[in-house]
Design a protein around this ligand. Structure first.
Ligand code: BGC
Length: 250
């Protein structure tokens, strides 16, 4: 029998959910996407999450990612989401809306890291690996021999006088209309800073822009090998479903 789970990825523009085949690490059926309500307050987001679960007719454990550090199921910061998330007990919030205690909330990049190491970039299971998601912000997941060190938030590290995610996210590329070459220079600076602090064995670069990896990954100038994420924008949902199956509340 196939192991089936359900994951939800709360992003700045869309909230997405899908049933996940946990043997293969892929979606079963259609992904459901609803635009993120504005303002994206905890209540409004939880209502949208409920709509997705209802629409999917899912009954079982649910993994949910949010773009915040999550400690003891509480959101601790809010760089790219509504400020009212800070100190929100996310488990309580979603449990109340969904009518189940079987809710597992984790950081979006951490979920992507769990998904990639288990189903995507298999070589990430060995060594010290940093996954970097480049999107609206920059998210990071640190893995040591496949085990996650959660909530690393390296997108907020100061690199060359700039906050990394305000300098090299893919949103910055779009906003400033940077060429791949110009943008890859910025991403290289960020990766080099991580390299000098952590000396990882491998970088995995993810986020929507990893779809065009051939246009910019070869331009990166850091010493550490860099591979594109394999699960791309599915990684958050798959990682969330994986966390729920394994009862992980990092
Ligand atoms: C948030 C992180 C998140 C990343 C990617 C950052 O601004 O602080 O928690 O992982 O964006 O969404």
């Amino acid at each position: 029998m196939t192991r089936i789970g359900f994951g939800i990825d709360v992003g700045g523009s869309g909230i997405k959910g899908a049933r996940v085949d946990l043997d293969k690490g892929d979606f079963i059926g259609e992904r459901i996407k609803i635009l993120t309500p504005q303002p994206a307050t905890p209540e409004a987001v939880a209502d949208t999450v409920k709509q997705i679960v209802d629409q999917a007719e899912w009954d079982g454990p649910i993994g949910i990612t949010i773009p915040s550090a999550v400690k003891n199921q509480t959101a601790l910061m809010a760089a790219n989401i509504d400020k009212s998330w800070v100190n929100t007990d996310a488990h309580k919030l979603f449990s109340e809306h969904l009518g189940t205690e079987e809710v597992y909330v984790l950081n979006d990049a951490d979920a992507a890291g769990l998904a990639e190491v288990n189903y995507g970039v298999k070589e990430a299971a060995h060594g010290s690996v940093i996954l970097v998601t480049l999107g609206t912000g920059i998210g990071t997941a640190l893995l040591i021999n496949g085990t996650l060190f959660p909530n690393t938030e390296l997108g907020h590290l100061t690199v060359d006088g700039h906050e990394a995610e305000k300098y090299a996210s893919s949103a910055v590329k779009d906003k400033k209309d940077l060429s791949y070459k110009q943008w890859a220079k910025r991403v290289s600076k960020v990766l080099k800073e991580y390299e000098n602090l952590f000396w990882p064995s491998l970088f995995i670069v993810g986020g929507g822009i990893s779809r065009k990896a051939d246009k910019w990954v070869p331009l990166l100038t850091c010493e550490t090998p860099v591979v594109p994420a394999k699960l791309r924008n599915k990684a958050g949902i798959i990682g969330a479903a994986y966390a729920a199956e394994n009862k992980l509340r990092p």
